[in-house]
Write a protein that binds this ligand. Structure first.
Ligand SMILES: [Zn+2]
Length: 381
């Protein structure tokens, strides 16, 4: 039987999916399928003979970003970066054997985000091979580590450079151009009580009871308060209470209780403003003021890139859509933007398939993503 013929980008994606690159911070018991090095090695072999320079950027032990550079014909006046991440979330072993069926490619990373990586890298290699080279714009493809955990790769790139006029983070956006996304603030709230014997609860002070009153406010009043605040592309901020812990055992009055919050922020909100509004709300309702602890070591701020920037506009024209969009999930675009490079998010596939057991991407969309990026790169100044 003759093998069906697939586009280069499809073959590239198929190869990338078959190289497991599970984020080591998410799966420590399967060392054989973790780490991004093998993907980086594959990409550098793939680009052999195209005259692009390759550089590695140490990020974490045994984990490095990989940077491919394509110089313009003349002096460098602008720079554009393609910045997909190389890590994927854990999956069963069979998910690393890509399958093509009904015009879709199935496998871990197919849409998050090896689909974007394949589309970006194939466009980059096509341009390197066939031109036309931009006159003044350097093109940089950066394969990043650790997006799915702490975004150490994009944070490092943002810190040490290089900077650019635009960075395109790869995520499954269904080929829409994303210029805004929410931030994510993890807060822990703690109440304290006084322990006493369970038979004489009147002698103690129950930390769980205090927390229960705070919870009622967080579930009932706070969402209404958040609904009043909106961003044109993102809508309203949200709150999820993801964990509660408290007390020791049934016959002891609980002397401590903690809850863990994931507060999705919109532009204009930050750690301080969120803490302050919660404190004010608790005060208003005469509730005990809990202790606030930030439970993540790195900031995850919202993204709000100006859609009118010339490079954003020319990418928008390449997508043949009329406006840019917002999404609620967090991406590498935010740390990159914090470092001073305007960043957007773009790629084939749907976020509803990302991290799903049965992850897939439509091959037609994959081809379109490649064509859009190539078209954009070919028109750079
Ligand atoms: Zn992703």
């Amino acid at each position: 039987m003759a093998m069906p013929r697939y586009s280069k980008v499809t073959q590239l994606l198929s190869d990338l999916v078959s190289i497991p690159s599970v984020n080591p911070s998410l799966s420590t018991d399967q060392p054989s399928i973790t780490g991004e090095e093998e993907v980086a090695d594959y990409l550098s072999t793939y680009s052999r003979g195209l005259g692009v320079s390759i550089q590695r950027q140490a990020v974490l032990p045994n984990r490095r970003n990989i940077l491919f550079r394509l110089k313009p014909k003349g002096k460098i006046k602008h720079r554009v970066m393609l910045t997909p991440h190389m890590d994927v979330v854990p999956a069963e072993e069979k998910s690393f054997k890509p399958k093509i069926k009904n015009g879709r490619l199935y496998g871990r990373g197919a849409c998050d985000t090896k689909g974007s990586m394949a589309a970006f890298f194939q466009a980059f290699c096509d341009l390197a091979k066939h031109g036309p080279f931009p006159k003044q714009t350097e093109i940089l493809f950066a394969g990043l580590v650790d997006e799915e955990f702490g975004q150490a790769g994009s944070r490092k790139l943002a810190k040490v450079g290089p900077k650019a006029d635009l960075a395109i983070a790869g995520e499954p956006t269904g080929l829409k151009l994303i210029t805004a996304h929410k931030g994510s603030l993890w807060l822990q709230l703690k109440t304290e009580g006084v322990a006493a014997h369970g038979a004489t609860p009147e002698n103690g002070k129950n930390a769980i009871e205090a927390m229960s009153r705070i919870l009622r406010t967080l579930f009932q009043d706070y969402p209404r308060f958040l609904k009043e605040r909106t961003h044109p592309l993102l809508g309203s901020p949200t709150l999820n209470i993801g964990r509660i812990l408290g007390g020791t055992q049934p016959n002891i009055v609980a002397d401590h209780c903690t809850i863990d919050l994931d507060r999705r922020t919109i532009p204009g909100e930050d750690e301080e403003s969120v803490k302050q509004e919660l404190k004010n709300l608790f005060k208003q309702q005469k509730l005990p003021i809990p202790e606030f602890v930030l439970s993540r070591s790195v900031p995850c701020l919202p993204l709000d890139t100006n859609p009118n920037l010339p490079f954003v506009q020319s990418l928008l024209r390449a997508t043949k859509k009329r406006k840019t969009y917002g999404v609620s999930y967090f991406t590498d675009a935010s740390p990159i933007a914090m470092g001073g490079t305007p960043a957007v998010v773009f790629g084939p596939g749907s976020i509803t398939q990302a991290h799903a057991k049965n992850e897939w991407v439509q091959l037609e969309e994959l081809d379109s993503a490649k064509a859009i990026i190539l078209n954009f790169l070919q028109k750079l100044p």
